[in-house]
Design a protein around this ligand. Structure first.
Ligand SMILES: Nc1ncnc2c1ncn2[C@@H]1O[C@H](COP(=O)(O)OP(=O)(O)OP(=O)(O)O)[C@@H](O)[C@H]1O
Ligand SMILES: [Mg+2]
Length: 256
């Protein structure tokens, strides 16, 4: 990269850094904003998608999610996959066997980039079929920009930390979204749980679709059964009458 670009980038990133304070944030951003990430954010800034990076919403194992603001003032979420410490082997399992990502099994870096690309493509496919997921906006390298789920005050909470007033319709809606994903989009989430459903205005928004696989993936049926098991287990505890067999049939569109 030429020097001028690098300086420009540095000053841009400095600006976004000054929006945030505190030792914890600084630690996070040092970890997260490696060179590749800086370039990706720069790219999103140059494309007019991101104006400022505001604060971290979540710092996880494979990456971090930041709230950002667009030039027109709307919020968005940036999911940043960590290129250095990502659990490469765990990720590879979902890439191998997906015909859309043939030939990239080799290098670690390529796999991480393919991963964010994959999350973006899965979001596009699901959103296009009416599954309630964040609307995808753009991706660059290891960063995916998507619709921010939350209010002006705070990001939407995970299902697991919400007390639902009426779990039954919430459950039915999730099952219906899983059916649309499976039947209409041909995708299985493969990491479905109360951790990957956000609650906005009382309804579930399904997130974290990077690992979602197509119906013809070699492990597809195992992933589907596991997803259904997780959901049935969680909602059974809330008093919803459901069993894995009938939910599987509903998700496959075999029952009205
Ligand atoms: N579009 C979004 N809008 C608001 N918050 C989001 C959005 N996407 C993700 N988050 C927040 O970031 C968290 C982590 O996102 P996600 O589940 O996609 O990543 P992950 O790979 O599972 O991370 P982890 O390693 O923490 O499990 C979510 O639990 C949620 O709180
Ligand atoms: Mg998650």
């Amino acid at each position: 990269m030429d020097k001028e670009l690098y300086h420009h980038l540095d000053s841009q990133i400095d600006k976004l850094r000054t929006r945030r304070k505190g030792a914890q944030d600084r630690k996070t951003e040092d970890e997260v904003f490696d060179r590749s990430t800086l370039l990706a954010i720069y790219d999103l800034m140059a494309s007019g998608i991101v104006e400022t990076v505001d604060f971290p919403i979540s710092t996880g194992k494979e990456g971090n999610v930041f709230r950002a603001t667009s030039p027109s003032g709307t919020f968005l979420a940036l999911k940043i996959y960590r290129t250095a410490t990502a659990n490469f082997n765990a990720i590879r399992m979902y890439i191998v066997g997906d015909p859309r990502f043939k030939g990239i099994e080799g290098s670690k870096r390529k796999v991480i980039m393919a991963w964010s690309h994959k999350e973006f493509r899965n979001l596009e496919l699901l959103h296009g079929k009416g599954v309630r997921v964040p609307k995808p906006i753009q991706f660059s390298k290891n960063v995916v920009a998507m619709e921010y789920i939350g209010t002006d005050e705070q990001p939407a909470p995970m299902l697991k930390s919400v007390v639902l007033e009426d779990p039954q319709p919430f459950f039915d809606d999730i099952v219906e979204n899983m059916r649309k994903a499976y039947v209409d989009a041909g995708l299985i989430h493969a990491d479905m749980s109360e951790y990957n459903i956000l609650v906005r205005d009382g309804v579930g928004v399904i997130i974290d679709v990077g690992q979602a696989v197509m119906r013809n993936h070699p492990n597809a049926q195992d992933f589907l059964r596991r997803d259904i098991h997780n959901i049935v287990h969680y909602f059974s505890k809330l008093g919803v009458k459901c069993d894995a067999g009938s939910v599987l049939a509903r998700v496959k569109g075999e029952k009205p």
